[in-house]
Unconditional design. Structure first.
Ligand code: GLU
Length: 284
């Protein structure tokens, strides 16, 4: 991830398991996916997602799971031989993702997981499958906008996210950064006035802002503070799985299922997403 220098005003502000066997097999110690047939269909597959990000990865009160990441992961699992009822969803919060993959808790992670050089030292990525941008969510009556110096402001983000790291490194090193374990905790802080802004990917922020209980309360500043290339995280060294997932992602785009997932999940939030990225095309 590299911060965009695209807009002058923003710059001013800146001064301031699939199956172990079917897919090549990476380890026998992992119980992230077990396979009972050579055709690819196995027992279950464990997939990491977020549980509290509407439009991306959400555990509904009914116990169902919804969101773009959920649809992408379900499609990919299908290509790997797993029916939806063979998927075991696992919550992987931002700070837990690398460890969850290293331990073999899950076969892959589709959880607004940006591809970065630092993360690539610990995990492998398939994709990207979406390009998002860091932004700010503020109260509807906030005067924070393009050009506002964010140093000194109270910003909420999540531990282990690129969003928090970008604030510290470049966006506003002197901001009062408050780090929580999930974005839904930040939303509560924003609502109560404990923080001035919640900062993370625009895709996530749009999903929160569109929730019925928050209608009219918040606005996005549309600053495009970074490029966030969402990848599917896989255990380091599991090249066979990366290759299988990349094939699945390519098919998802070419058969229209990717666009359908965009329409279904981002439509209600009126999130204007970027076009489908080509596999391997990480925008810095
Ligand atoms: N896409 C960013 C990241 O991977 C922020 C969203 C998140 O925390 O999942 O860190």
């Amino acid at each position: 991830m590299k911060l965009r220098k695209a807009t002058a005003a923003a710059a001013t502000a800146l001064v301031l398991s699939l199956t172990a066997t079917a897919c090549g097999g990476d380890d026998s110690s992992s119980d992230a996916g077990s396979d009972s047939s050579s055709s690819g269909g196995g027992d279950t597959i464990k997939i990491g997602i977020k549980y509290d990000q509407p439009g991306l990865g959400l555990k509904e009160p009914s116990g169902d799971f919804s969101g773009f990441d959920v649809d992408v992961a379900t499609y990919v699992a299908g290509e790997l031989g797993f029916e939806p009822d063979q998927i075991e969803w696992v919550e992987t919060k931002s700070a837990d993702r690398e460890n969850a993959l290293a331990r073999g808790d899950v076969k892959f992670i589709a959880a607004t997981y940006s591809i970065t050089d630092e993360r690539k030292e610990k995990v492998d990525f398939a994709g990207p499958y979406l390009l998002a941008h860091q932004d700010l969510l503020v109260k509807a009556d906030s005067d924070i906008a393009e050009g506002t110096d964010l140093n000194g402001k109270k910003l909420c983000s999540v531990t282990g996210s690129t969003s928090a790291q970008n604030v510290k490194d470049e966006i506003a090193p002197d901001a009062q950064l408050q780090q929580r374990s999930t974005y839904s905790e930040c939303i509560s802080s924003l609502q109560s006035g404990a923080v001035d802004a919640l900062t993370t990917d625009d895709s996530i922020l749009a999903g929160f802002a569109s929730q019925e209980q928050y209608q009219g309360q918040f606005k996005l500043t549309n600053l495009k503070l970074s490029n966030e290339n969402y990848g599917i995280g896989v255990k380091k060294g599991d090249t066979a799985t990366v290759n299988s997932i990349n094939e699945a992602l390519e098919k998802m785009v070419s058969d229209g299922a990717w666009q359908q997932a965009v329409t279904d999940n981002f439509g209600p939030a009126e999130y204007k997403n970027e076009p489908a990225p080509a596999i391997g095309n990480v925008v810095s």
